[in-house]
Write a protein that binds this ligand. Structure first.
Ligand SMILES: NC(=O)c1ccc[n+]([C@@H]2O[C@H](COP(=O)([O-])OP(=O)(O)OC[C@H]3O[C@@H](n4cnc5c(N)ncnc54)[C@H](OP(=O)(O)O)[C@@H]3O)[C@@H](O)[C@H]2O)c1
Length: 178
């Protein structure tokens, strides 16, 4: 069965982008690309990807219109966004339908929720988020795009240092009883 993972990087105070949508604070950190919980090994098991529209627009701007993914990607939006070459589908509303389409497209491989945090929260709300892998950068930002604005219980499965980063892998146990 496909595993659905939110794989991302965060500031210590829980933001995945600053208030200007900048990742400068992240990209200037030292990182061993073949170190623990690295992106290449993670991405090798992924068969389908989902992201929100802010993330999509950030990628278009920073990759100068060249789409970086060879696999099917769903972009969640209520707007008419520009299209680029690539296997990109736009979707809106209930993520359960998107999850079912992604699972079929991934053909046994895993699913990556790129972000943002609210979108990862929608998958968690639907009971469809299995795992969170997070690279914690040694910075605080004070404000920005939230990592995961939900109350969830997690289980720490793995933790390591990758140069500047603390890296952790959690499984999602469920919503915290209030
Ligand atoms: N640190 C990292 O590793 C990392 C990883 C990923 C992203 N980022 C950055 O973090 C920031 C995240 O931005 P964000 O918090 O705004 O999140 P986002 O998920 O990228 O975008 C949120 C937008 O997606 C659309 N959306 C989400 N769920 C939807 C649904 N169910 N149906 C229809 N539309 C839906 C809505 O926009 P519209 O309907 O208005 O289009 C919503 O405002 C970006 O700057 C991104 O570049 C950082």
């Amino acid at each position: 069965m496909s595993v659905t993972t939110y794989y991302t990087a965060t500031s210590l105070d829980g933001f995945i982008a600053d208030e200007q949508q900048s990742l400068e604070w992240l990209l200037r950190q030292d990182l061993d690309e073949s170190g623990p919980l690295n992106y290449d090994e993670f991405f090798a098991r992924i068969g389908a990807v989902v992201m929100g529209s802010t993330t999509y627009e950030w990628i278009l701007k920073h990759e100068r219109g060249k789409w970086p993914y060879q696999l099917p990607v769903w972009v969640m939006t209520t707007r008419d966004l520009p299209r680029v070459d690539g296997d990109i589908g736009f979707a809106r509303g209930d993520v359960r339908a998107v999850h079912a389409e992604m699972t079929a497209a991934a053909a046994g491989k895993d699913l990556w929720v790129v972000g943002g945090g609210e979108l990862a929260g929608q998958f968690a709300d639907a009971g469809l988020l299995d795992e969170i892998i997070v690279y914690i950068a040694p910075v605080t930002l004070g404000a920005g795009a939230p990592l995961l604005p939900r109350k969830l219980d997690l289980r720490l499965e793995e933790v390591a240092r990758n140069q500047a980063f603390t890296c952790a892998r959690y499984s999602v146990v469920g919503r915290t009883a209030s």
